[in-house]
Design a protein around this ligand. Structure first.
Ligand SMILES: Nc1ncnc2c1ncn2[C@@H]1O[C@H](COP(=O)(O)OP(=O)(O)O)[C@@H](O)[C@H]1O
Ligand SMILES: N[C@@H](CCC(=O)OP(=O)(O)O)C(=O)O
Length: 371
């Protein structure tokens, strides 16, 4: 069966392919990937590469105890390794490549998110191939995406790709970890990513990989809800790229959702991290779910966590703790403690000012589907 046609794709290449020995870059597996990229470009298709490997490529410059690499050393490895990663890729191409480094902090800020999109689009318009990676040399844990599978899915949504190819050291998603189970079988197509699919996905077995299959399924969920077909394929096998060039499924295809989320709703759902929780009463739950209403202060029962104005929060039912929605809150947690449960007029009377009545405006709110 033929796979859906695509015009713009993100290809994610893991560390195990770039630095298979965990010590410097190797062209062993990159040649076949580069050939595929060249062929796609000749066909008029656009490619954005998300390349891991900066830490693995920079390791050999440092001395360290193998099981205990300090974070500061990893960042230094990434800084020097990133130049090797770029050099490695550029050698294969007659067209220029451009380095685009980002952190999660850049993606959750709406202006910087749009700025990344504009830069990448401009590079593509000029025939330059963007090569993205996390800015590991600078980012601290709370500013990071942390793995390049999720980063690649975010990049794919930023640039409105039609396809995401995750090249790994394994043929695709199996019904159990094939590195531990000889009888594992490949799942060629996933229509719906649910808890059963997550339950199959284990961690990484390699010394250089991050996240294993779990982060790949998370990435597939992010991308497919944006309408992007997502594939996991074995980047160690050059034949898999020939399969792709014949428009056939090279591994596991996670099918794109037919009714993708809008750009802003997707960003809210999959990129922003909730900084706290707002517990609401049953009236508010019903107004949010059934009437398309904004969240007003009168429906708020309790607040959990510390957050600032403009942070994302989860809205949960105080009755059964079910998550109802995620939204951008116009008040800080400290402000909400004072105005929770009160109507606009009561607040005006008590405090002598008229607050904005919507704590979370409808346009800044993303409903969860009902259990
Ligand atoms: N159900 C599964 N199907 C396939 N691979 C799995 C599964 N569960 C865990 N894995 C592991 O995930 C690994 C791929 O992830 P990872 O090592 O992070 O690679 P990469 O560097 O390409 O991101 C596989 O080699 C395999 O050991
Ligand atoms: N940003 C890191 C890679 C993180 C990562 O997800 O690695 P991998 O699982 O090999 O794709 C680096 O360049 O070393």
């Amino acid at each position: 069966m033929k796979i859906p046609a695509w015009r713009r794709a993100v290809i994610k290449v893991g560390s195990a392919l770039i630095a298979p020995d965990g010590n410097g870059c190797s062209s062993k597996y990159l040649l076949a990937i580069a050939r595929f990229i060249n062929e796609c470009r000749e066909r008029g298709q656009e490619i954005v590469l998300v390349s891991s490997g900066s830490v693995a490529a920079g390791r050999h410059h440092f001395e360290f105890e193998h099981n205990n690499v300090p974070v500061v050393l990893k960042k230094a490895m990434a800084a020097v390794g990133q130049t090797h990663v770029m050099e490695s890729w550029q050698r294969f191409f007659d067209f220029p490549c451009a380095q685009v480094l980002m952190t999660h902090d850049d993606l959750r800020d709406r202006e910087r998110y749009i700025s990344i999109r504009n830069t990448v689009n401009t590079l593509l318009e000029h025939g330059i191939m963007p090569i993205a990676n996390e800015n590991d040399a600078l980012a601290t844990d709370d500013l990071k995406v942390g793995d390049n599978d999720n980063l690649a899915a975010m990049v794919a949504t930023v640039v409105d790709a039609d396809a995401l190819f995750i090249c790994s050291d394994i043929d695709g998603l199996f019904d159990k970890d094939p590195n531990k189970n000889k009888d594992a079988t490949l799942i060629p197509t996933v229509e719906e990513i649910n808890q059963d699919i997550y339950a199959l996905a284990g961690g990484s077995a390699s010394a250089v990989g991050t996240g294993g299959m779990r982060t790949k399924v998370e990435a597939a969920e992010k991308a497919t809800t944006h309408g992007i077909d997502t594939y996991i394929l074995n980047g160690r096998k050059g034949s898999k790229f020939e399969v792709l060039l014949r428009n056939e499924n090279p591994g596991t295809l996670f099918k794109a959702k037919e009714n993708p989320l809008s750009n802003k709703k997707h960003w809210l759902r999959h990129t922003l991290i909730a900084q706290g929780e707002v517990l609401v009463d049953s009236g508010a739950v019903s107004a949010l779910r059934n009437e398309g209403a904004s969240l007003l202060s009168s429906g708020i029962v309790d607040i959990q966590g510390n957050f600032d104005r403009g942070d994302a929060v989860l809205i949960r039912s105080a009755e059964n703790m079910e998550t109802i929605a995620k939204g951008i809150c116009r008040y800080s947690s400290h402000e909400l403690i004072h105005i929770k449960g009160q109507s606009g007029s009561a607040i005006a009377e008590a405090y002598g000012y008229s607050p904005i009545s919507e704590v979370i405006h409808r346009d800044d709110l993303m409903l969860w589907s009902k259990k």
